[in-house]
Design a protein around this ligand. Structure first.
Ligand code: F6P
Length: 315
């Protein structure tokens, strides 16, 4: 099943899970809409052809949801009964920290074997260098920011561009560096408004426009709020705001995400077969790594501080 925010490359992972299972004569079922489908008993058998021609598609053929019912004991009990009634022996869940928090509780309550695959555009999980969907999202954000740069430059404007990342600045930092942003505002660093205003004033002497990339999860409250504060101080600047939003979550996955999804899907089946459970499969420095669910969610991957320092120097 896929659960939580969808991410490009999830379909590659689903395809790999299905085809690896079939290779080992393991029957495989898909569950629609994540934990919601587990509770509502929406299971369907998958075969080789069910996952044909999906590797290049964004979204998820299994659909996704954020289930409130699974947070209740009653909901999890029903889900467990459905799994047992269908003779399901193990689960592969593809999602982010919400998905793994649910998996952790469920596997402890019912001692059910679950292996997780990191699928979220936010890249905010510990135990993998990259999550499935992150590479596509940063490339999508980069192209969108490039477009905005053209018009910003034509009008000598300052743009505050908000990118996704509920609790983390991974999308912001990479899309910011890749587009030559003047500043990147992320939750991992406290925003110093004075410093930012100074950077903007300095840049307008040399340049005609500025791009400030803002992670939606920053403590400042997002691009509109921060733009408002800055425009109070820099009345002469023409300031505009653009929220990239869900366009970052869709689209055909990049080669990196297709390969990562395929590898992690394949490895998840091997891990379950080998009796591993309660873990997320990740890839670090090219090696497969198993991380217990509680660590994958609670110990957020740290954003490399060098990248943060670089932004100002290169701007
Ligand atoms: O978890 C991925 C993510 O895209 C976050 O970056 C964002 O804050 C959130 O999902 C949006 O969720 P929804 O689509 O449910 O509004």
């Amino acid at each position: 099943m896929t659960s939580g925010g969808d991410a490009p490359g999830m379909n590659a992972a689903v395809r790999a899970v299905v085809r690896t299972c079939l290779k080992f004569d393991i029957e495989v079922f898909g569950i629609k809409r994540g934990y919601a489908g587990m509770i509502e008993d929406v299971f369907f058998e998958l075969n080789k052809r069910s996952v044909s021609n999906i590797i290049q598609r964004g979204g998820t053929i299994l659909k996704s949801a954020r289930s409130k019912d699974f947070m209740t004991e009653e909901g999890r009990k029903t889900a467990h009964e459905n799994l047992k009634a269908r003779g399901i022996d193990g689960l592969v869940v593809i999602g982010g920290d919400g998905t793994f928090t649910g998996a952790l509780v469920f596997s402890k309550e019912y001692n059910f074997p679950i292996v997780g695959i990191p699928g979220t555009i936010d890249n905010d999980l510990f135990g993998t260098d990259f999550t499935i969907g992150y590479d596509t999202a940063i490339n999508t954000a980069m192209r969108a920011i490039d477009n905005i740069k053209d018009t910003a430059n034509a009008h000598n404007r300052v743009f505050f561009i908000e990118v996704m990342g509920r609790d983390a600045g991974f999308i912001a930092i990479r899309s910011g560096i890749a587009t030559g942003a003047e500043s990147v505002i992320i939750p991992e660093r406290k925003t110093n408004l004075d410093e930012m205003v100074k950077v903007m004033v300095d840049h307008t002497t040399k340049k005609t426009s500025s791009i400030i990339v803002v992670a939606e999860g920053d403590e400042s409250g997002g691009a509109y709020k921060i733009a408002e504060k800055v425009s109070e101080r820099l009345e002469d600047f023409e300031i505009r705001v653009s929220i990239l939003g869900h366009l970052q979550r869709g689209g055909s996955p990049t080669c990196m995400d297709r390969v990562l999804g395929s590898r992690l899907g394949y490895e998840a089946v091997l891990a379950l077969k080998a009796g591993k459970a309660g873990i997320m499969i990740g890839e670090m420095s090219g090696q497969i790594v198993y991380t217990p669910f509680d660590q994958a969610c609670k110990h957020q991957q740290e954003l490399n501080p060098v990248l943060i320092d670089m932004v100002n120097i290169l701007a």
